[in-house]
Write a protein that binds this ligand. Structure first.
Ligand SMILES: CC(C)(COP(=O)(O)OP(=O)(O)OC[C@H]1O[C@@H](n2cnc3c(N)ncnc32)[C@H](O)[C@@H]1OP(=O)(O)O)[C@@H](O)C(=O)NCCC(=O)NCCS
Length: 194
């Protein structure tokens, strides 16, 4: 198996993997496949460190997406899909309440969390039947190799506190906790070239 650059032909499978592997407590898991395809289409257009692994049948087994513009890509997606996202929030009241709390805190200057790392790993996910078989490790390695080639030696990501599986994975690979907010942990990592 090897990691290759993501292109538009992979988007459908990426959306499916996202939908099946992200936990229910992640708002994005409530979006339909078409919305997820659009989200990732913005992400891969603006973020060059985006790779996937294909299995022996040439199907996507997992992917990683990241770069300097993940926030910008997310904002573009949000403004384009504002009403659809608003409607999804209304259908999922716990996320709606979470958003309101976040907005209130930000607007009253209380807890806007800012990581020192501008380059973000936006998303990594492995198809359910391929988890625990080294695909995540391979993708992380490719991601970091590409950063190193561009002279970048650190990056950040955030994860839900409830996502124990991903937290264990990140901590195993040298991520250090940087910040925390109500629901999430912000990690950063220095890339060590062996
Ligand atoms: C977290 C995730 C990306 C890990 O990918 P993976 O392909 O299953 O992990 P790998 O098989 O490459 O495992 C790499 C190492 O991490 C360890 N690891 C993976 N999952 C683990 C777990 N749940 N608990 C403890 N260790 C774990 C493995 O033991 C392995 O160690 P080794 O190299 O010594 O054998 C994957 O499980 C996933 O897609 N999760 C759902 C989506 C998600 O939550 N993404 C992150 C959002 S922030």
């Amino acid at each position: 198996m090897k990691a290759i650059k993501i292109d538009n032909s992979h988007l459908k499978q990426i959306a499916e993997i996202h939908k099946q592997s992200y936990y229910d407590d992640h708002f994005s898991s409530k979006l339909n496949n078409k919305m997820l395809m659009e989200l990732y289409s913005y992400q891969i257009k603006l973020n060059k460190y985006s790779f996937c692994v294909l299995d022996e049948k040439n199907c996507v087994a997992g992917f990683v997406v990241g770069g300097y513009h993940s926030h910008e890509a997310l904002e573009k997606f949000k403004s384009k899909k504002y009403w659809k996202l608003f409607y999804s929030l209304l259908q999922n009241p716990s996320f709606f309440i979470e958003k309101i709390i976040q907005l209130v805190k930000e607007n009253f200057g209380k807890t806007q969390v800012n990581s020192s790392e501008k380059l973000r790993l936006f998303s990594i996910a492995i198809r359910k039947d391929m988890q625990g078989r080294g695909v995540g490790k391979l993708l992380l390695k490719r991601f970091e190799n590409e950063l190193s080639l561009d002279g970048i030696n650190s990056y950040g990501l955030s994860v839900k506190k409830s996502n124990i599986q991903a937290i264990r994975f990140y901590e195993k690979y040298g991520f250090i906790k940087e910040l925390e907010d109500l629901n999430g942990i912000y990690y950063r990592k220095e890339i060590v070239n062996e």
